[in-house]
Write a protein that binds this ligand. Sequence first.
Ligand SMILES: NC(=O)c1ccc[n+]([C@@H]2O[C@H](COP(=O)([O-])OP(=O)(O)OC[C@H]3O[C@@H](n4cnc5c(N)ncnc54)[C@H](OP(=O)(O)O)[C@@H]3O)[C@@H](O)[C@H]2O)c1
Length: 261
Amino acid sequence: MDLHLADRTVLVTGGSSGVGLATVATLLEEGANVITCARRLDVLEKALADLDTPADRMLAMSCDVRDADQVRALVEAGAARFGGIDGLVNNAGQSRMLGLDRATVEDFRDELDLKFGGVLNVTGTALPYLRASDAAAIVTINAVLARQPEPRLVTTSAARAGLLNLTKSMASEYAPDIRVNSVCLGLIDTGQWRRRFEADEQATSYEAFESDLAADRGISLGRFGRAEEVAAMVVTLLSPRASYVTGAALDVCGGVARYVA
Ligand SMILES: NC(=O)c1ccc[n+]([C@@H]2O[C@H](COP(=O)([O-])OP(=O)(O)OC[C@H]3O[C@@H](n4cnc5c(N)ncnc54)[C@H](OP(=O)(O)O)[C@@H]3O)[C@@H](O)[C@H]2O)c1
């Protein structure tokens, strides 16, 4: 099926690793132009070099999504390079391992700064360009934690719940010009989990670490998801083929979600 994304332009935040990098790669395969960013430009450029990216279809810049000036520079440079923006993937971020016994008000503020502030900065700045597109779509990466809080990730769970609510408001507010959907992840094999494995002195191999966690968390499919499996769903929601889907939240979680949505 042709996703009709060729020559369209999509901004993906956090494109140097994991879900963001896989989304960039899938969009390029579909013939789209991609604007992307991360805070560490050297890491981003190395990751994109490994993709063998056509230079005329890619703009990569250093940008912290929490910084409004940096976001404006990224969005304006991207729109100028490609003549507009048709899609946005709010992906940049990471989770924070913290229980309620240790979490401070400042920890909650920091998490909201990234998960709310970052999404509001990028979405608000890209909005005029998205409104000018004839098939605009936003996908916000979220987590099943939004509806199924995890005691070890209390600040992230709370921020994710708010982000799910905010994304729903955006879907109503920006309709019918822009479709807005959430993709809620379970445990996906990316840099986040590789870093946790390296920090776990008990873990003997990554495979054992993964299968122990899958059993502990009750993942029905018995394994972590792959970034490419997430990217396929994100790109489908960005596609004009998903023209009647807005305000939805799609779980890509291997069955770890226990709620009935
Ligand atoms: N992997 C999972 O199991 C899982 C589960 C639920 C939700 N998620 C969410 O999915 C998204 C992608 O996660 P991932 O697992 O692919 O993580 P990852 O492999 O660690 O990649 C995160 C990306 O975001 C960038 N980034 C982080 N903070 C940023 C900021 N303030 N401004 C701009 N870029 C920033 C990172 O680059 P720099 O560090 O250089 O900035 C990197 O490119 C995140 O929002 C994460 O919370 C992941």
